[in-house]
Write a protein that binds this ligand. Structure first.
Ligand code: NDP
Length: 327
C-alpha cells in the first residue's frame, strides 16, 4: 500500500465541503490506493456541524480513510498537510464593496498562508476554491515565503468543465472528443473561455461554431453559469464545484494526457503578457506532479482583448490588497 496523504479542507461544514469530503475519502482525489488522513478546519461556531459530517464519513466505512481530525485552529489543521483545499471564505454580503470583501478574506487567507508556511509538508499543494479565489490564493501565497509559489493555485476547473460540456452539446459530440480548451484570467464574470486553441476531432473548435454563438452565447453562458444554477435550484453549484476541486488535484498529481491540457489559476511567469506573480488562469499541462503553463500559443485580437480585461481585474484586486497591507 502507498503512504497516506494528509488532506486539509477548510470550510468543511459548508455546502462544497459536504459534497467534497466523501469523494476525497472514497479515493477519488489522488488514486484508489492512497490512504487519506482528513483534517477539517472550521470556524468555532461550525465545528459541531463538521463533527456531524465526520460522523457520516465514519458511517461510510471507507477503506482508505485512516483518520479525521476537526479543529478551529489553522496551525493544527495544516501541520504536516500534503494537500490543502481552501474552501471556506467570506461570502459577499449585500452592499459589500469589493474592497470590503477582499479585506474580510485577507483576515482568513493571511493566517492560513502563515500556518501552511509554518507547518505544511514539503510537498504541500494548495488549491483555493473560496472566492475571490485568485486573489485569496495570492494573499495566502504571499504569507508563505518558504513554500514554492507555484504550489498555490486557484480553481478555474469548474469553468473549464462547464465550457467543455457547452461545446460538446453544441456540436453533438462527447466531452471526451474535446481537447485543449482554456479558461484565461480571473475566476469571475470576466474569465475568458477560449475556443481558438480548443480542438474537436483534431480541428479548431472556433471554426466549427458560428462566431455569434461563441461571442453571444457560449462565453456568457460559461461565465454566468453559477448564477443560472442558483436561479434554478435555489442553492449554489456546490457539487460541481466539489467535483472540479477533485479534478484539479487529481490532474495536478496524476498528470494531463499527452496532446491535451487543462485550465488552472497558477502564478504567472509573465507569459502571455500576464504580469509576473499574479495568480491567473492559463492553459496548463501537469507532469511529474507539476503544473506548467503551455507556451507559444498565438493569441488573436478577439482573445487578446478578453484576456487583457480579465487580467486587468486581477491586477486591480492585487493593487487593492496591497493598499490594504494584505500582501
Ligand atoms: P460553500 O461551501 O457553498 O462555498 C464556499 C466558497 O466556495 C465560497 O467562497 C464560494 O464563493 C466558493 N465557490 C467557488 N466556486 C463555487 C461554486 N461553483 N459554487 C458555489 N460556491 C463556490 O459555502 P458555505 O457558506 O456553505 O460554507 C462555507 C463554510 O466555510 C462555512 O461552514 C463557514 O463556517 C466556513 N468558513 C471557514 C473558515 C475557516 O475554516 N477558517 C473561514 C470562513 C468560512 P461564492 O460564495 O462567492 O460563490
Amino acid at each position: 500500500t502507498k503512504a497516506p496523504v494528509t488532506v486539509t479542507v477548510t470550510g468543511a461544514a459548508g455546502q462544497i465541503g459536504y459534497a467534497l469530503l466523501f469523494r476525497i475519502a472514497s479515493g477519488q482525489l489522488i488514486d484508489a490506493e492512497t490512504p487519506i488522513k482528513l483534517r477539517l478546519l472550521e470556524i468555532p461556531q461550525a465545528v459541531k456541524a463538521a463533527e456531524g459530517t465526520a460522523m457520516e464519513l465514519d458511517d461510510c466505512a471507507f477503506p482508505l480513510l485512516e483518520s479525521i481530525d476537526i479543529t478551529d485552529d489553522a496551525r493544527t489543521a495544516f501541520d504536516g498537510t500534503n494537500v490543502a483545499l481552501l474552501v471556506g471564505a467570506r461570502p459577499r454580503a449585500k452592499g459589500m464593496e469589493r474592497g470590503d470583501l477582499l479585506e474580510a478574506n485577507g483576515g482568513i487567507f493571511k493566517p492560513q498562508g502563515e500556518a501552511i508556511n509554518a507547518g505544511a509538508a514539503d510537498d504541500v499543494r494548495v488549491l483555493v476554491v473560496g472566492n475571490p479565489a485568485n486573489t485569496n490564493a495570492l494573499i495566502a501565497q504571499a504569507h508563505a515565503p518558504d513554500v514554492p509559489a507555484e504550489r498555490f493555485t486557484a480553481m478555474t476547473r469548474l469553468d473549464h468543465n462547464r465550457a467543455q460540456t457547452q461545446l460538446a452539446q453544441k456540436l453533438g459530440v462527447s466531452v471526451t472528443d474535446i481537447r485543449k480548451l482554456t479558461i484565461w484570467g480571473n475566476h469571475s464574470a470576466t474569465q475568458y473561455p477560449d475556443l481558438f486553441h480548443a480542438e474537436v476531432g483534431g480541428k479548431i473548435a472556433a471554426e466549427q461554431v458560428e462566431q455569434s454563438w461563441l461571442a453571444d452565447e457560449f462565453i456568457p453562458t460559461v461565465a454566468k453559469r453559477g448564477a443560472a444554477i442558483i436561479d434554478a435550484r435555489g442553492a449554489s453549484s456546490a457539487a460541481s464545484a466539489a467535483n472540479a476541486a477533485i479534478d484539479h488535484v487529481h490532474t495536478w498529481v496524476n498528470g494531463t494526457p499527452e496532446g491535451d491540457w487543462t485550465s488552472a489559476g497558477v502564478v504567472s511567469d509573465g507569459s502571455y503578457g500576464v504580469p509576473e506573480g499574479l495568480i491567473s488562469s492559463f492553459p496548463v499541462t501537469a507532469r511529474d506532479g507539476k503544473f506548467e503553463i503551455v507556451q507559444g500559443l498565438e493569441i488573436d485580437e478577439f482573445s487578446r482583448e478578453r484576456i487583457d480585461a480579465s487580467v486587468a481585474e486581477l491586477t486591480e484586486e492585487r493593487d487593492t490588497v496591497r493598499k490594504l497591507g494584505l500582501i
